[in-house]
Ligand binder design. Structure first.
Ligand code: CO
Ligand code: CO
Ligand code: CO
Length: 327
């Protein structure tokens, strides 16, 4: 569901109930909800599931789990437990395939130190997999997308273009093998990036998924009441994505994102349609987008690199009515 559809559906819900324990609710479009248990402890909850992004069941499971955990890391929290969500056509596809999906998911959460508590499965003509994940955070150390400040720089910790790559593979424009490097990045936990960033002043954070880099950047700009300038030449692409830019394989969600964003984003006229699309590409398991004081930008990039996370400064934050300029 695109950002426009989500807004319409959420408008059917009554406005959020005021509760001092509800630290992060639905109003800021954040990655997860946060509920205070005690003065020192808050619960962070999120859920994510989707149809297969890659053919290989093991890697589908691993990417789905990395993606579900990411919303906890994007809140500055530590994931602790997970529940599986499974839809599967048991009469059409051998159960061993589901076994591999679950194995991929389980290996990924085990790597993260997260325990599986259970799950729920239904028979469904189309396979879907994901997780509900619970994390913990100190109430004073929550990262939201609502506190980016003028004078910050924007740091992105993974390349973009996963929607383009997986759609190209579904249309046989590239082989599954050519997708391997990109899938490895998608399956990489955002844990390392979050852990390194926690040593810096994180004013705001989100992760890049279904609304694309620009869609999630826009949510941050709107929630924070700031403007952003994004330098398209600095934005890293996933391995193999650049070669596919002109192949016309963008998923429908990417086009919907770009059209939804058009009132809020001003592109330099020199920026090609393909570049605009990839900047809005509907992704799975993208990197963290962090807003930190400009003076700490270089230090964070170096610390991330030292810990094996390739990251780039892709833009900056300024004052004014929320909007994004792409140069
Ligand atoms: Co998210
Ligand atoms: Co999510
Ligand atoms: Co059940």
């Amino acid at each position: 569901m695109g950002p426009g559809d989500l807004e319409k559906v959420l408008s059917y819900l009554p406005s959020e109930i005021k509760d001092p324990a509800l630290l992060v609710g639905m109003s800021t479009g954040d990655d997860a909800g946060v509920y205070r248990i005690t003065d020192d402890l808050a619960l962070v909850q999120t859920v994510d599931f989707f149809t297969p992004v890659v053919d290989d069941p093991y890697w589908f499971g691993a990417v789905a789990a990395a993606n579900a955990l990411s919303d906890i890391y994007a809140m500055g929290a530590r994931p602790v437990t997970a529940l599986n969500l499974v839809s599967f056509p048991t009469s059409k596809i051998p159960l061993s395939v589901l076994g591999e999906i679950l194995q991929g998911g389980h290996d990924k959460i085990t790597e993260a130190g997260v325990r599986l508590l259970g799950g729920h499965s239904i028979d469904d003509p189309e396979p879907k997999y994901g997780m509900a994940v619970t994390g913990l955070v100190h109430p004073d150390r929550i990262w939201t997308n609502a506190r980016a400040r003028t004078g910050d720089v924007l740091v992105l910790t993974k390349g973009i273009g996963a929607g383009l790559l997986t759609t190209a593979a579904k249309r046989n424009l590239i082989s599954e093998r050519e997708l391997t490097d990109a899938v490895a990045v998608m399956a990489t936990l955002n844990r390392g990036a979050a852990r390194v960033a926690s040593g810096f002043t994180v004013n705001a954070c989100t992760d890049v998924t279904g609304f694309g880099l620009l869609g999630h950047a826009w949510e941050m700009a709107r929630a924070s009441g700031i403007t952003m300038t994004i330098d398209s030449e600095k934005v890293p692409l996933l391995p193999g994505a650049r070669e596919l830019l002109t192949a016309g394989a963008f998923p429908g969600g990417t086009r919907a994102n770009l059209s939804y964003l058009s009132p809020h984003v001003v592109f330099d006229p020199d920026i090609s349609e393909e570049m605009r699309l990839v900047l809005a590409d509907a992704m799975t398991s993208g990197g963290l987008l962090l807003s930190i004081p400009a003076g700490e930008g270089r230090g964070l990039i170096k610390a991330l690199l030292d810990n094996g996370v390739r990251a780039e400064i892709v833009g900056e934050v300024g004052p004014g009515k929320p909007a994004i300029t792409v140069s």
